[in-house]
Design a protein around this ligand. Sequence first.
Ligand code: NAP
Length: 449
Amino acid sequence: MLHVAVVGSGPSGVYSAQGLVQRSGPPDIRVDVLDRLPCPYGLVRYGVAPDHEKIKSLQNNLRTVLENERVRFLGGVQVGPGGVPVARLRELYHAVVYCVGAATDRHLGVPGEDLPGSWSATEFVSWYSAHPDSVTDGFVAGARSAVVIGIGNVAVDVTRILARGAPELNPTDMPQAALSALAASEVTEISMVGRRGPSQARFTTKELRELGSLPEADVVVDQAELALDPAYLDPSGLPAAQRRNVEVLRGWAAAAPLGRPRRIRPRFFLRPVELLADGGRVGAVRFERTVPDGEGGVTGTGRFEEIEAQLVLRSVGYRGVPLDGLPFDPGRGTVPQLAGRVLRDGVVSPGEYVAGWIKRGPTGVIGTNRPCAKETVTSLLEDAPALVRREVVEDPLAALLADGVRPVEWAGWQAIERAEAELGAELGRGVVKLPDWDALWTAARTARS
Ligand code: NAP
């Protein structure tokens, strides 16, 4: 029997578990999937926007893996300082696969970045996704204009959520406090600003196009600004994905606004240089106009522009954080690895693996994690005959319990799901997520008593 711990129950963790238990032949493999939260599914639960029900329904596929008889979900287990040390996990399991994602956000490094009213998109996403670490409701209060910095898919997500009205948000599983705050929002201008041009934007066409289908928002683009990008005028040489983005923007440029209550303004060739204060909070963002440098990058022009904003969401990408006891490459924000095998000082460390964003950086869509996890699992299975020779305890869970660890097992998670259905019924909505640690622990405990 080969005992494997997978740390993290997001897509890369669950796909890794799936790859391990799906294959037949010796050795028999048992997988414990650990997560710091009492709830599984990682960014599918706490990152995919609540109005993207179809992507969220991927949870049903992940669920079948976690309900496999050879897989155990152990939620509420912190790995690292204050929890189970990396070295202890290595003692208990023949192999450990770290699928811990990229837990923090990149910084802009410009003055005013930390002014009140300026948040990372990650903080905003955590709030409307009911992440229990989210601590404030004050995002949109007092704001009329918002600037979203960055033009990736997260920027599109937060722009869309800001632009949606209460009737569109009500059917989602968004926590009640976020729904109430967004329903009362007076934000009418939302600028989504890229430092490069339309043909270099990171968003995908499906996500971009969706902005044009929101019932309460017009998309307003400036044809002259778009035309700073030579590929906007002649997109024929662009790869298909970029060409489609440009075509969507050209369509908006040709259409007249319909006078809807909110306006989404995709902006380009503006690089943020400073967040400006007004009355103790952010009041505007100062940008430098850029121009294409002919090699896919941009150069500054020395001309500046300010966009009013009482709410700024910095959406410039995620970043991995080091896990105590594991090597870390601070330049890339990932764990050094070769085909998923963790490298310590450039040498493969037996029994330690990575998959997902902590392996390859914060890129790609959920499906990208399938081949990523597959590569790691293939390495692990190649190593299995050697790994299984090391003696470990018969039941790692019993050893963890003896260490004082109190995991939320599958029944505890199911109790949380029931509590969320009950809360939704009380509020006259569908499922509504529990937004804080207390509520999650209380619900999980009902499964134990
Ligand atoms: P991203 O795709 O890497 O986009 C980051 C954006 O921030 C880019 O526009 C980048 O511009 C900009 N940026 C970076 N540093 C900047 C700076 N200093 N000043 C101004 N702009 C800066 O990251 P993301 O949006 O966080 O998404 C992460 C991953 O999750 C992506 O693979 C994304 O596709 C995926 N995702 C998918 C979905 C979906 O499928 N619906 C939803 C959400 C996220 P440059 O290009 O110029 O660097």
